[in-house]
Write a new protein. Structure first.
Length: 266
């Protein structure tokens, strides 16, 4: 009979031990489930990030494919050019992309705003659509002056893109390449004043006429004037740039020096 209380006590202790063990297992199971859930959530987040990156890459590839799939024309527009770009930078791309080099270029037009400031775009007219496509495939997304340029085909070289001041009634040909923009003269300088200054340095605009010196529009806050001077030839334009760029123009009346800036316009 004495063994029954002992057995009863053992049973109660066993039941309590079993309850503790079950509680411990339950806690471990909860920890395991929590860790599994956290890992699943982390994996899901990483998967979503990966899917977004993949989608972004695919979209970029599609854009490139659309660019190349577009029907080629003989005219290319180049965007995101630095303000320091020269026509030589553009011709260099053609020389690197084509067997015949820049001989395949018909015309390069730098797009300018109402103040005759270069806005980072130029248009290249090529001899054929095949040449244009080769230049585009080679030059698109390349770096020029630290900028990644973008190239695309456009239908034609519109007259609206060309600067009207580069044309005149007497001369149907564009003066691009043989014109020089001179900036830095005193604000009140007029074309006839600049003509006299050029003559004193043995330089003459086309036909020796003041009509080929055009005062350009400047911003309201500008303190100096800006002129376009058309010369007879490109070589004469470059000679003028070498002479007048970065020199000081002395206004003797006020004993004031104005630093000039000269560049060939395309």
């Amino acid at each position: 009979m004495a063994s029954r209380p002992i057995l009863s006590i053992f049973a109660r202790r066993h039941a309590a031990f079993t309850t503790v063990v079950r509680a411990s297992v339950s806690r471990n199971e909860q920890c395991r489930l929590f860790q599994t859930s956290a890992m699943a959530q982390s994996n899901s987040t990483q998967r979503e990030k990966g899917e977004r990156l993949t989608s972004k890459f695919i979209d970029q590839v599609k854009k490139e494919q659309n660019l190349n799939a577009k029907e080629p024309t003989s005219v290319i527009q180049v965007d995101a050019l630095p303000v320091t770009t020269t026509v030589e930078d553009i011709r260099k791309l053609a020389r690197e992309a084509l067997p015949d080099g820049d001989k395949a270029i018909r015309e390069v037009v730098f797009v300018r705003n109402e103040y005759f400031e270069f806005d980072g775009r130029c248009v290249i007219s090529m001899k054929s659509a095949e040449d244009a496509q080769r230049v585009l495939e080679y030059g698109n997304r390349r770096l020029i002056g630290g900028n990644m340029i973008r190239m695309s085909h456009i239908n034609k070289l519109s007259d609206k893109i060309r600067s009207a001041v580069l044309y005149s009634v007497s001369d149907a040909q564009s003066a691009a390449g043989r014109s020089v923009m001179i900036t830095g003269m005193p604000k009140l300088t007029e074309p006839q004043h600049l003509l006299g200054y050029l003559r004193s340095k043995n330089f003459f605009p086309a036909d020796g006429s003041v009509d080929n010196i055009i005062k350009l529009k400047t911003r309201d806050q500008a303190t100096v004037s800006k002129f376009l001077v058309k010369f007879e030839s490109e070589s004469e334009a470059w000679r003028a740039v070498r002479k007048f760029h970065n020199i000081e123009y002395l206004l003797a009346k006020h004993d004031t020096a104005f630093k000039l800036n000269a560049s060939v316009v395309y």
